[in-house]
Design a protein around this ligand. Structure first.
Ligand SMILES: C[S@@+](CC[C@H](N)C(=O)[O-])C[C@H]1O[C@@H](n2cnc3c(N)ncnc32)[C@H](O)[C@@H]1O
Length: 269
């Protein structure tokens, strides 16, 4: 890892510690609408978890996915680099017969992740965190080493084409044949290259953190370079039936544009 990445990663860890309690309260037991309606269903469909499977949940945050997987009967080890987030997760308690094992680990440290047990895991998961990491190659390479033959790495992230580093939300109103018609659109000015930017993950959060945009050829390409093969992809958008007319400039009003992308990699031959 470069010196710059190391510094940014360390700064990111401090930021997550600062806002751990805020984030945990915001997410609650089952997450916000993004988690309940987009991320959770997409990840569960791709994961297709079986009771008794061993899973490493990387960047577990306040432990929502870890608790859900444990409730489905999996044996879960959940790691995050923020001691604050791990404390919040632990305080939320257990949800399955086998207790979730929480441990501090940095996802940009390939050896630290691989030390959890090479060839031991049925699945590795990482939700809504790849975009928070200055480097993702180490996590992909570690997953390749941790997974059993046929094992899968399931991820969810902000869709890099539409929901990456500050898309501009617009709403236009026009009189069309005597009727007022509202059209929502996103303005995207950059895709191929964008420097890391500090962004707010949620309104009023105490400490914005860095987001790292990666075009698809990097987000997926780094996994291919690590020996992983993509065999499932879901682009998740909000239900058109639930558009909130009072919030035209929110993702909930863009049912044609997916803010979340989830994918499944398997160990290549
Ligand atoms: C947006 S939260 C997502 C948490 C959870 N996976 C979810 O879906 O709700 C991002 C999490 O990634 C963690 N994180 C960011 N960079 C990390 C790294 N390099 N190593 C481990 N955890 C990291 C943060 O501490 C935070 O808990």
């Amino acid at each position: 890892m470069t010196q710059d990445s190391r510094k940014l990663n360390e700064e990111g860890r401090r930021m997550w510690d600062t806002k751990a309690a805020f984030w945990d309260e915001l997410m609650g037991e089952e997450g916000n609408r993004f988690h309940r309606e987009l991320i959770g269903p997409a990840v569960e469909a791709l994961l297709n978890l079986k009771a008794g499977e061993l899973v490493l949940d990387v960047a577990c945050g306040s432990g929502m996915l870890a608790r859900r997987m444990a409730a489905l009967g999996a044996e879960v080890i959940a790691v995050d680099f923020s001691a604050g987030m791990l404390k919040q997760a632990q305080e939320r308690g257990q949800s399955g017969e086998t207790p979730i094992r929480y441990q501090q680990a940095d996802a940009t440290d390939e050896e630290a992740l691989a030390a959890f047990g090479e060839g031991m895991f049925d699945a590795v998961t990482c939700t809504m965190a790849l975009m928070d990491m200055p480097e993702i190659g180490p996590l992909y390479r570690a997953a390749r080493r941790l997974l059993k033959p046929g094992g899968r790495l399931v991820f969810a992230t902000m869709h890099p084409a539409f929901n990456s580093n500050n898309p501009v939300f617009t709403a236009e109103q026009a009189d069309v044949d005597g009727e007022l018609v509202l059209t929502n659109a996103l303005k995207i000015s950059h895709y191929m290259e964008m420097p890391p930017v500090k962004g707010v993950g949620a309104k009023n959060e105490p400490s914005p953190h860095y987001y790292y945009h990666r075009p698809l050829h990097e987000l997926l390409g780094e996994a291919f370079a690590a020996g992983l093969v993509l065999d499932g992809l879901i682009e998740a958008a909000f239900d058109p039936e639930k558009v909130d007319p009072n919030r035209p400039l929110s993702w909930y009003s863009f049912p044609q544009i997916p803010p979340v992308m989830a994918g499944r990699f398997r160990v290549g031959g």
